[in-house]
Design a binder for this molecule. Structure first.
Ligand code: MF3
Ligand code: CO
Length: 257
C-alpha cells in the first residue's frame, strides 16, 4: 500500500488544467463513439483521437508509454484492456468495443474509457457494459473526502455481486490509480475491497476509477503482443473509466465535455 504522503495533492488551479486535459479525452471518446461502425479498422479509431488531440493542443499520454505504439487502446469482445490499434483489425456488427484514451495538457493528465456496443449486440453483452458503467458511477459516488480508497472498491464489488443470475468477474491484477503529473500515480484504486481500508480520500486528490469486468470468472492473460489482456475463458469484457477530482463538494468528473 502507498503511504499517504506519496499522494499528490492538487490546487484548484491545477484541477482547472486537469479539467482541460479531461475535456480533450472526453472529446476523443465522443468522436470515436459517433464514428464507429462495422468495417472500420481499430487504427482508424486511433487516428480520430490523434487528430482531436492535435487540434486541441494536447499530447497523447499512451503513445510511447513503456513502448506502447498508439494513442488509444481498443479492446474488442474477450479483450479486456490494452488492445493495440491495427490497420488489419476490423470492427464487426455485434462487437463490444472498449476504448481507452489519455491526454496531457501543460503536464497534467486525463484518462478515461468507454465501452461501445456496435450494431446488434447480444443482450447479455450490453447488460455487462451497462453494469460496468453503473459500477463506475457507484465508485465515483463513494469518492467523498473523509472516506477511504477501500470504500470505492467495496461499493463497486457489492454492486457487481448483487447481479444474481449473471456471473461477473472483477479483474484483480488491473486496478484504477492516482493521476496528475503522471498517468499512473499513488494510490492504487482496486475495484474490490474492504470498507474503510486504504488511504483516506482528501480534497485535492485525483484518481482514475476504472472497473474492468468480464462475464464468467476473472481469469485473464496477456497475448503474445505483450499488451492485449484477454479473458482466459474467452468471455466478453467491459471497461469504463473516468478521472475524478476529490473536492470539498464531493467527487467531480474531470473527463467530461
Ligand atoms: N489508460 C490505461 C489505464 O487506464 C493505461 C493504458 S496503458 C498504455 O490505466 F500503455 F496504453 F498507455
Ligand atoms: Co487508467
Amino acid at each position: 500500500m502507498f503511504n499517504k504522503s506519496q499522494i499528490q495533492l492538487k490546487t484548484p488551479e491545477q484541477f482547472a488544467i486537469m479539467r482541460k486535459a479531461g475535456r480533450v479525452v472526453a472529446l476523443c471518446l465522443a468522436e470515436i463513439n459517433s464514428a464507429i461502425k462495422p468495417g472500420m479498422t481499430t487504427l482508424e479509431l486511433d487516428l480520430i483521437a490523434r487528430k482531436v488531440m492535435e487540434k486541441e493542443g494536447a499530447q497523447p499520454s499512451f503513445l510511447g508509454y513503456h513502448g506502447y505504439p498508439a494513442v488509444i487502446c481498443v479492446s474488442i469482445n474477450e479483450e479486456v484492456v490494452h488492445g493495440i490499434p491495427d490497420e488489419k483489425r476490423f470492427i464487426n456488427d455485434g462487437d463490444l468495443v472498449s476504448v481507452d484514451c489519455g491526454a496531457i495538457i501543460d503536464g497534467w493528465h486525463g484518462d478515461a474509457a468507454i465501452t461501445i456496443g456496435v450494431g446488434n449486440v447480444k443482450a447479455e453483452h450490453q447488460k455487462l457494459s451497462d453494469i460496468t458503467k453503473e459500477a463506475l458511477q457507484i465508485g465515483i459516488n463513494a469518492a467523498l473526502p473523509g472516506k477511504h480508497i477501500g470504500d470505492i472498491g467495496f461499493a463497486i464489488e457489492k454492486f457487481v455481486r448483487s447481479h444474481q443470475g449473471l456471473q461477473i468477474g472483477i479483474l484483480e491484477d488491473y486496478v484504477g490509480h492516482g493521476i496528475g503529473t503522471e498517468m499512473h500515480m499513488a494510490p492504487s484504486v482496486p475495484n474490490y475491497g474492504k470498507a474503510g481500508s486504504g488511504p483516506e480520500l482528501q480534497v485535492g486528490m485525483a484518481i482514475a476509477i476504472e472497473p474492468m469486468l468480464v462475464l464468467g470468472n476473472n481469469k485473464v492473460h496477456v497475448l503474445e503482443d505483450e499488451w492485449t489482456v484477454v479473458s482466459s475463458e474467452g468471455s466478453f469484457a467491459s471497461h469504463w473509466e473516468n478521472t475524478i477530482a476529490i473536492t470539498a463538494n464531493g467527487p467531480e468528473i474531470l473527463t467530461k465535455l
